[in-house]
Every structure is written in structure tokens, then in C-alpha cells.
Design a protein around this ligand. Structure first.
Ligand SMILES: Nc1ncnc2c1ncn2[C@@H]1O[C@H](COP(=O)(O)OP(=O)(O)OP(=O)(O)O)[C@@H](O)[C@H]1O
Ligand SMILES: [Mg+2]
Length: 246
């Protein structure tokens, strides 16, 4: 199995605190991997390293063969086109409609014509289940679940190879949570032919076991387990057992 991301002896410290402690492992290409762990384990910090938003204290982060911690700002900005991101609180631009939110990265990073942008945005919004009628509404006029959909459509706009989700279902009711998980799974499958990788940070153990192929379990800046779901379910690690029994 090929890894799309490799961490090599990755350590991150803030002051005296070791937040990521000598991590060496890989994330498999073409799979749905979920990063699990209690609050403060270092999950978001790990994701920021994947995006090159924070530099490692020591070690390397290799994405599709490139050590991204060695890129300069301009190269990094270009490299980030390989990623799509959906953040915890959707993080849409409040003053832009759904349409303009999704069009934003296309206007910013491509030379597509207005007509090409219009086609692409409408097809992306349709693929995540946003109706025509909601296309020109502002984020404040959408439900939380709809905002997540628009956030997902925007994350997919530049056809990324790697999609990153940081707690995409926090703040949503259990039904909407499942809708969002179904959507992430559908998105993954729709792009499977081009070796699309999905990486999800989650607290939701049940959804994770149902939807993921691969699990990374973090505790206090270390990776306690990284394995396929079936192996993970049989883990004898006491912290993981506690997590599984939640
Ligand atoms: N910029 C920073 N400066 C100092 N400490 C930081 C910084 N960013 C993160 N931390 C610390 O690193 C630890 C891990 O934080 P992180 O956000 O990665 O955890 P997490 O696993 O994502 O938690 P949660 O599930 O609550 O989102 C926390 O103790 C946090 O306070
Ligand atoms: Mg976090």
C-alpha cells in the first residue's frame, strides 16, 4: 500500500510542551483515514503540519513525495492546491453567497472564464445537494448542515487529491452528522478513480468505525495505533478500549 503522506520523526514543541512527539508513520493513498483521540491529543496540530501551516520543530512531512517543510512560501502556496479543506465551523465568507464562496478559489487560483466558473460552481453545489434556490443565499441564511455542504463544495473546487476535514460534524445533530458522513463517503467514491485521499479528524467513534478504512489514534502527541478498522477494533490498548466503549 502506497502512502500519500509520510511523517518522519516529526516533533513539534510550543515552549516547553511537546505537542507532537517523534511521529513516524504514513497515511495510505486512496483511503478514508480518520485521526482519533481525546481533546488536546494533537490532531489539529498534525493536520496543520500536513498543510504546511506550521513548521515542524524537527523532522519532515512528506506529501506526495515532497518534503513540504522545505518549501518556501510561494512554493507552499502553490502546493496547497493539492489539498481541499473543510474546517470545524465551515468558515465560509459571511458576506458572500454560496455561489461566490465556491467560486472564490476558482477566481483566485485559475484563469477560468466566467462561464466556466459558473458551470463548475453549479455542478459542485449540485453534487453536494445544494438546491438552486439556496445557491445565491448568504451563509447566515443557511442551516448548519447546508453550510457544511457549501464548505465541502468550496474545498473540492480545485479538484484536490487530498481532502482534509477537521471535525466536520461538530455542532450538528445526529441525523445531519450522518448526512455529512454520507456526503464525505460519496465524495470519496466519486473521486476514487483518481486516487483521492480523505483525512478526517473526528470524535465520533461510531461514525468513524462505519465510514473509515484506516484509523490513526493519537494520545498526548504520540500515535498509539495506526491500522485498518478491523485491526483497530481488536486493539488491546487500554486508552483505545476506553474510547471504543464510549
Ligand atoms: N500555537 C500554539 N501554541 C501553544 N500551544 C498550542 C498551539 N497550538 C496547539 N497548542 C497545544 O497543543 C495541544 C494539542 O492541540 P490540538 O489543537 O492539536 O489538539 P486536538 O487533538 O486537535 O484537540 P481537540 O480535539 O480539542 O480539537 C493542546 O494542548 C494545545 O493547547
Ligand atoms: Mg482539534
Amino acid at each position: 500500500m502506497k502512502n500519500v503522506i509520510e511523517f518522519k520523526n516529526l516533533t513539534k514543541t510550543f515552549g516547553d510542551s511537546v505537542i507532537l512527539n517523534d511521529l513516524t508513520f504514513g497515511i495510505p493513498e486512496g483511503k478514508i483515514t480518520t485521526i482519533l483521540g481525546f481533546s488536546g491529543a494533537g490532531k489539529t496540530t498534525l493536520m496543520k503540519h500536513i498543510l504546511g501551516l506550521v513548521p515542524p520543530s524537527t523532522g519532515d512531512v512528506i506529501v506526495m513525495g515532497t518534503a513540504i517543510n522545505k518549501l518556501d512560501d510561494l512554493e507552499l502556496r502553490e502546493f496547497r492546491r493539492h489539498f481541499g479543506m473543510v474546517f470545524q465551523y465551515a468558515a465560509l465568507f459571511d458576506f458572500l453567497s454560496s455561489f461566490e464562496n465556491v467560486a472564490f478559489p476558482l477566481r483566485e487560483f485559475t484563469r477560468m472564464s466566467e462561464e466556466e466558473i459558473r458551470k463548475k460552481v453549479l455542478s459542485l453545489l449540485e453534487s453536494v445537494g445544494i438546491s438552486r434556490e439556496a445557491t445565491y443565499r448568504l451563509p447566515s441564511e443557511l442551516s448548519g448542515g447546508m453550510r457544511k455542504r457549501v464548505g465541502l463544495a468550496r474545498g473540492l473546487a480545485l479538484d484536490p487529491e487530498i481532502m482534509l476535514y477537521d471535525e466536520p460534524t461538530s455542532g450538528l445533530d445526529p441525523i445531519t452528522t450522518h448526512v455529512v458522513y454520507d456526503l464525505m463517503k460519496e465524495t470519496h467514491e466519486r473521486n476514487a478513480a483518481r486516487n483521492f485521499t480523505s483525512i478526517i479528524i473526528s470524535h465520533d467513534i461510531h461514525a468513524t468505525l462505519k465510514y473509515s478504512d484506516h484509523i490513526v489514534f493519537m494520545e498526548k502527541g504520540r500515535v498509539v495505533e495506526h491500522s485498518d478498522v478491523e485491526t483497530f477494533k481488536k486493539s488491546e490498548n487500554t486508552v483505545i478500549r476506553r474510547f471504543l466503549e464510549l
